[in-house]
Ligand binder design. Structure first.
Ligand SMILES: [Zn+2]
Length: 601
């Protein structure tokens, strides 16, 4: 766990307006700044930043919080990752509280920095060669023929590996890397009979550095540039201490922002597809590297988006592979669409000739995998009860994940139609699975994934509690006049209770605002509370709810508490009746009457 003083240091040395300005064009407005929200598409600005309160909030999509939550959201990072990034910029050393770190975070395996340094050095060297005129210009010419320009070359740090069997090795040994390090990094292949001699793995190939989530280079993809060579067209770094193709998606680091902003990732097959699409402003593509999509890939994507579009070669896997991928997406709760390009074109080819807009249109229109699956199931004829139950259980993650989809209703109709189950039954199924599923997915994710995923969306807060909280933050003085027992102890949510106590005890309106600021700056704050608090802090002209509304909500909270007491009392009455304790029963009934009449008033 990162210490509070570290967070404070970063906060004081970071200007929220300056940081957000790197992503959003902000204009001065009143006390604060406004701009177009980077988290949802909009034409009129509803994204507000308040430099004094160090808070931001979008009144369009309700995203809000502090500088750390902003970086988490925009860069698709976990909280500790965002802190580290901001700390680096601010020149603050991150101090972690050792007592908590073991239990609070899953262990992230530390990569050997000697090896990542070596990869970084090699990538820079390859890139340097690509930018040289002369001997290696064939690589630059190849990229040019595919329409790739400088901006994309630099974004993906593309390069070319040198000629000769030991050119890179010799250079790097002279730079102080050991032979063993070069072998472990996968840059050098040792000769079979002599463990201290070897040759460069990558020779005269177009080099695609592969970055992990932190942006460290952990591997390379390499494309053959000399067609007369009888080598395979593409090779990768070997599996090793740095690289595992089961866990990595090419382009995920470079395109993480595009994926977040677009809310969708395009999964393609090759390095050149990712790069070519980027060149044409499709900035949300990732590629598997010569392996079928894995569960780990899906979970990495899920940390950034719930929607994916696959663009796979239709002949490559066949129907069986397709079924496997459908199942994988279903079980990880990702929404997949299948895009097939006309004339079996590669994505980068297609986008180069037809343009980004045509590609985007096809993506939007692409059929949803589930729909295709349902059609296929429907074509099998009537289902037995057993079959139908099996399909429903397979589709449950989709039901759960479809909550926020605009065309959810159509999808549910389709599912209901095929499985012959009512919409209500589907609703129950999805709600039941949500509670159980949360625990389950966490179990699957933790051991397998190497980086902690960005924080899970907050659990659903109790609606009434939350509404009350949302109301009273606009009515400090009225709230403080409200009898404390109307809400104290009557709320279901402990977090809300805690914050209300703090607000209540703050005494004055200014102190009240300080508590709200504190809430926004709290690392562990619930997302929804944070959104409500940031909205209140950032709004220049808040639409203040009425006192009547507040009183009404307080009344409902109180009534709810009494109803609970009534239920408990009624149960007691039944018990005394069974036991034949008439005297006790009368007493309880009297209490019950009192309680009931107190609600009616
Ligand atoms: Zn927004």
């Amino acid at each position: 766990m990162i210490t509070e003083s570290t967070l404070n240091d970063i906060r004081t040395r970071t200007d929220i307006v300056e940081t957000i300005s790197e992503y959003v064009q902000l204009k001065k407005s009143g006390q604060g700044f406004v701009g177009l929200c980077p988290f949802h598409g909009e034409k009129t600005p509803s994204f507000h930043v308040n430099p004094v309160r160090q808070a931001f909030h979008c009144f369009g999509c309700q995203k809000g919080g502090n500088i750390f939550t902003f970086i988490c959201g925009i860069e698709g990072l976990s909280f500790p990752e965002a802190v580290k990034r901001l700390a680096k910029k601010a020149g603050v050393e991150v101090v972690e509280d050792k007592h908590y770190s073991r239990s609070a975070q899953p262990a992230v395996p530390k990569l050997d920095t000697r090896l990542t340094d070596a990869m970084e050095w090699a990538a820079k060297y390859f890139n340097y060669l690509l930018n040289q005129k002369g001997e290696y210009s064939f690589a630059a010419k190849y990229l040019e023929s595919r329409g790739i320009t400088k901006k994309t070359i630099e974004k993906f740090k593309l390069g070319v590996s040198p000629k000769g069997w030991t050119t890179l090795q010799d250079l790097m040994l002279r730079r102080g890397y050991s032979f063993e390090e070069l072998v472990r990094a996968g840059l050098v292949i040792p000769k079979e009979n002599s463990p201290t001699q070897g040759y460069d793995r990558f020779r005269q190939r177009l080099m695609f550095p592969i970055s992990n989530a932190e942006g460290q280079i952990i591997g390379f993809g390499a494309r053959l540039l000399t067609p007369e060579d009888k080598q395979p067209k593409y090779i990768n770094s070997p599996e090793g201490p740095l690289f595992s193709k089961r866990k990595q998606l090419y382009g995920l680091y470079e395109n993480q922002r595009g994926i977040r902003v677009q809310g969708e990732a395009v999964i393609v097959e090759g390095y050149m597809d990712v790069v070519g699409l980027y060149e044409c402003n499709i900035v949300n593509a990732v590629a598997t590297m010569g392996t079928a999509l894995t569960e780990e890939h899906c979970f990495q994507l899920k940390g950034m988006t719930q929607r994916v579009v696959t663009v796979f070669d239709p002949d490559a896997g066949g129907i069986e592979a397709w079924h496997r991928s459908v199942h994988l997406f279903l079980s990880t709760g990702l929404f997949a669409k299948d895009l097939s390009l006309p004339d079996n074109k590669d994505p980068d080819e297609f986008v180069l000739s037809e343009g980004a807009e045509a590609f985007q249109k096809l993506c939007d229109k692409a059929p949803r995998q589930v729909t295709k699956l349902l059609k296929e199931i429907a074509s099998r004829g009537p289902l037995s009860e057993q079959e139908s139950a099996k399909i429903l259980s397979d589709l449950t993650p989709v039901l759960v994940a479809s909550k926020r989809l605009p065309d959810r209703a159509i999808l549910w109709d389709d599912i209901a139609l095929v499985t012959k189950v009512s919409q209500n039954a589907l609703k129950e199924l999805s709600e039941g699975a949500m509670a159980a599923g949360r625990a389950k997915t966490q179990r699957i994710e933790e051991p397998k994934i190497q980086k902690p995923l960005p924080k899970k969306p907050a659990q659903r807060l109790d609606a009434l509690d939350f509404e009350f909280f949302q109301t009273i933050i606009y009515l400090p003085s009225e709230f403080m006049r409200l009898p404390k027992e109307t809400w104290s102890g009557a709320l279901r949510e402990e977090t809300i209770q805690t914050w209300l106590e703090k607000l209540y005890n703050s005494g004055t309106v200014t102190a009240f605002e300080t508590v709200l600021e504190e809430l926004v700056q709290t690392a562990e704050a619930d997302t929804k509370l944070l959104e409500a608090a940031s909205a209140r802090l950032v709004a220049t002209e808040p639409s203040v709810p009425s006192v009547d509304e507040m009183n009404f909500l307080a009344g409902r909270i109180n009534a709810r508490k009494k109803e609970k007491e009534i239920r408990a009392l009624s149960a007691q009455v039944k018990l005394t009746q069974r036991l034949g304790d008439q005297e006790e029963q009368m007493k309880l009934l009297e209490k019950l009457r009192e309680l009931r009449s107190s609600i009616k008033v």
